[in-house]
Write a protein that binds this ligand. Structure first.
Ligand SMILES: Cc1cc2nc3c(=O)[nH]c(=O)nc-3n(C[C@H](O)[C@H](O)[C@H](O)COP(=O)(O)O)c2cc1C
Length: 96
């Protein structure tokens, strides 16, 4: 005779394509706290831009890789596309 595994009410899993079934999307809180970064960029004309990003981290040591993810095509991404450059500024706790 097989027994069903014990039910765990403290575990919640979901497939994003099927929805999470919760009042608020849990994804933003699953990995936290996250470092906050200010991504500074310039557009092709040299105008400066500074924006906060929390999907932001150092991803590798050698070679050094830093990055951020944008939810949608924002000014920061457009500037990076225009110039090929951004500066990754790690916010200090008081400024965060
Ligand atoms: C603390 C904090 C973290 C944020 N993290 C992100 C992020 O990871 N990705 C994102 O697309 N937007 C994030 N945002 C929202 C952007 O900062 C916001 O959309 C901003 O207007 C983008 O500026 P830009 O159009 O100059 O790039 C965050 C905002 C705050 C206040």
């Amino acid at each position: 005779m097989t027994t069903a595994p014990p039910r765990r009410d403290d575990i919640h899993s979901y497939e994003p394509r099927l929805g999470h079934g919760l009042p608020h999307d849990p994804f933003n809180a699953i990995v936290g706290p996250r470092p906050i970064g200010w991504i500074s960029t310039q557009n092709a004309a040299g105008a400066t831009n500074l924006a906060p990003y929390s999907f932001f981290n150092a991803f590798n040591y050698v070679p050094p890789i830093v990055g951020f993810a944008s939810i949608g095509f924002k000014d920061t991404v457009r500037n990076v596309q225009e110039t090929g450059e951004f500066v990754w500024n790690l916010a200090t706790r008081d400024l965060a």
